[in-house]
Design a protein around this ligand. Structure first.
Ligand SMILES: Nc1ncnc2c1ncn2[C@@H]1O[C@H](COP(=O)(O)OP(=O)(O)OP(=O)(O)O)[C@@H](O)[C@H]1O
Ligand SMILES: [Mg+2]
Length: 343
C-alpha cells in the first residue's frame, strides 16, 4: 500500500485536543527525515509549530523554516486571497488589491470563503510552480486541520464554491482543489483519536463524512496516548491479591492457612509480611497494587478501543502516551520514531 508520506497532501484531523498538532508535527518530521521537503500547515490563527521547534512565533501567512527540509506556515486567509487575486493579473483592479477590506467583501458575498481560500492556498503549496516564482517547492504538505466538523466544512468548501460559480477563475480553481482531495494517490486522510469511546466514535463518523463529501475514506487512524499493558497474567493475579485482603499484614496471616492452590501459595510468598511490617507498609503495598490494577484496567479498555478500529478497512497505528512536563521537540521526535514503524 502507498505510504501516506508518498502523497502530495496529508490531512490530519480528529476530535479537539486529541493530538492533531503533535501528530502533524511528527509526520512532518518523519517525512523530512526520509528526505522529503515538507511544510506543515496550521489554520485558524494557530501558530504553534515554530515555537515547538525552538523558533520565535511565525508571522501569519509567511513560511517559516523549522529545520532542514521542514517548514511551517499558518494560513492567513486575507493574505492568501490577495496572493491568489494577484495571480489572476489584469482581471482584478489594483484598487481592489490594495484595499484592506477585500476579504471582507469576498467573505460577505460568499459564506465559506475563508475555508475555500485556505484550501486554495494549501493546493498552491503542493504545486511545483508557486505563485511567487522564488518560493520553495515542497514534496509533501501536512495539514494540521481543525477538529472533525470544521475540517469537513473546509474540505467541502471547493465543492460548495463549484456549485455557486460554475464558470470562470473561481470555478476553475475550485476544481483543481477538488481534484487534489479526491485522488487517493495525491491526498491521504489521517484521523487522530485518543483511545476513548468518544474520540474513536468521532473518527468513525469522520470516515462516513469523508465518504459523503469527497467519496474518500480514511487512510490511517492514529490512536494517540496509549498506555502500555505491562503485566503478565501471573503478575496480575498477584496484584489482584495484594490489592485486596491478602495485602493487609494481619488478614494475610489469618487468611494464609485458609488459602490453597499454587497461585495462592505464590501470592502469599511474594507478599508475605515480615515482622518489621507495620500497618503503614501494608497500606502502602495495597495502594501500590491498586494503582497498578487501575493502570492495567485503563490500558485494557484502551486496547478494546483499538480493536474497535481494527475491524475497519483502514490502517491503525498506535502512539504511546509520552510522559513528561509537556510536548517538546524530543517528545515529538519520539512520536515520529514510533510512527515511522507504521507509516
Ligand atoms: N502521545 C502523547 N503523549 C502525551 N501527551 C500528548 C501526546 N499527544 C499529545 N499530547 C498532549 O496533549 C495536548 C493536546 O495535543 P495537541 O495540541 O497536539 O492536540 P490538538 O488535537 O492539536 O488540539 P486542538 O484541537 O486544540 O488543536 C498537548 O498538551 C500535547 O502536549
Ligand atoms: Mg491543534
Amino acid at each position: 500500500m502507498q505510504s501516506v508520506l508518498e502523497r502530495e497532501l496529508v490531512v490530519v484531523t480528529g476530535k479537539g485536543g486529541v493530538g492533531k498538532t503533535t501528530i502533524s508535527a511528527a509526520i512532518g518530521l518523519l517525512a523530512a527525515q526520509r528526505g522529503k521537503r515538507v511544510i506543515v500547515v496550521e489554520v485558524g490563527d494557530q501558530t504553534r509549530l515554530p515555537e515547538l521547534f525552538g523558533h520565535p512565533p511565525g508571522q501569519a501567512g509567511a513560511e517559516s523554516r523549522l529545520q532542514e527540509r521542514l517548514s511551517s506556515i499558518s494560513i492567513d486567509p486575507d493574505r492568501a486571497l490577495l496572493e491568489w487575486l494577484q495571480t489572476l493579473g489584469g482581471r482584478v483592479s489594483g484598487r481592489l488589491l490594495a484595499s484592506s477590506g477585500t476579504f471582507q467583501y469576498f467573505a460577505a458575498a460568499a459564506p465559506g470563503a475563508k475555508e475555500m481560500v485556505s484550501m486554495v492556498k494549501i493546493w498552491e503549496l503542493t504545486q511545483s510552480r508557486r505563485w511567487q516564482r522564488r518560493a520553495a517547492g515542497y514534496d509533501l504538505v501536512v495539514l494540521d486541520a481543525p477538529a472533525t466538523g470544521n475540517a469537513l466544512g473546509m474540505l467541502g468548501s471547493p465543492q460548495t464554491f463549484g456549485a455557486i460559480a460554475r464558470v470562470g477563475p473561481v470555478a476553475g480553481q475550485a476544481e483543481h482543489v477538488r481534484d487534489l482531495l479526491e485522488a487517493p494517490e495525491r491526498t491521504a486522510f489521517v484521523a487522530v483519536a485518543m483511545p476513548t469511546d468518544m474520540a474513536v466514535t468521532e473518527a468513525l463518523e469522520l470516515q462516513d463524512g469523508l465518504r459523503a463529501k469527497l467519496g474518500r475514506t480514511l487512510d490511517t487512524v492514529i490512536v494517540n496516548g496509549l498506555l502500555p499493558q505491562r503485566f503478565s497474567a501471573a503478575e496480575l493475579r498477584l496484584i489482584d491479591r495484594a490489592s485486596t485482603d491478602a495485602a493487609d499484614g494481619a488478614s494475610a496471616r489469618n487468611a494464609g492457612s485458609a488459602k490453597s492452590g499454587r497461585g495462592a501459595a505464590t501470592a502469599r510468598s511474594a507478599i508475605k509480611p515480615t515482622r518489621r511490617d507495620t500497618a503503614t507498609d501494608s497500606a502502602l503495598r495495597r495502594s501500590a497494587a491498586l494503582a497498578a490494577k487501575t493502570v492495567h484496567d485503563r490500558a485494557r479498555f484502551q486496547h478494546n478501543q483499538l480493536a474497535r478500529l481494527r475491524r475497519r478497512d483502514f490502517a491503525v497505528a498506535g502512539v504511546p502516551f509520552v510522559w513528561g512536563a509537556g510536548m517538546d521537540l524530543p517528545a515529538v521526535e519520539r512520536v515520529a520514531e514510533q510512527l515511522g514503524r507504521r507509516l
